[in-house]
Design a binder for this molecule. Sequence first.
Ligand code: ATP
Ligand code: MG
Length: 128
Amino acid sequence: GIRLEDELVHIQQFLAAAEIDYMLEGNPKLTNTSLMTENVLSMCIKEAVTNVVKHSGAKSCSILIEPSRTDLVIKVKDDGTGIPGNDLYFKGHGLQGMRERLEFVNGCMDIVRDSGTTIVIKVPNAFQ
Ligand code: ATP
Ligand code: MG
């Protein structure tokens, strides 16, 4: 498994190599999250960013970390082409795999189609 903080170092390098601007908002040092949940989060963010590089044609990608009292929300946002209507769950296994792993730690995922794509990931805090 890998800490979110360490995964984000790889992600920064990966996006730089793809010439996509990277922005991070929020603190990746998680304090209220179990190790297993953090591993799932790292995997999900890695897949979401891989999708940005492979599919979106985006100029920039932001990762927003938003903790609250009861849960942690992480958004992976790009300004690319958006997900074509039929591709969501039929073309590959990445998004489906994220959903399944998140369910396993009582988390969930939303896909927002705005000017690009935003993947919204939510997991419960470990201690509440
Ligand atoms: P795999 O992840 O199994 O290697 P994949 O990336 O094609 O294959 P998913 O990750 O499930 O599969 O994504 C499904 C499809 O949704 C992609 O094929 C692509 O068409 C579209 N997609 C996913 N993320 C984005 C994105 N950020 N921007 C544009 N299209 C996307
Ligand atoms: Mg994928």
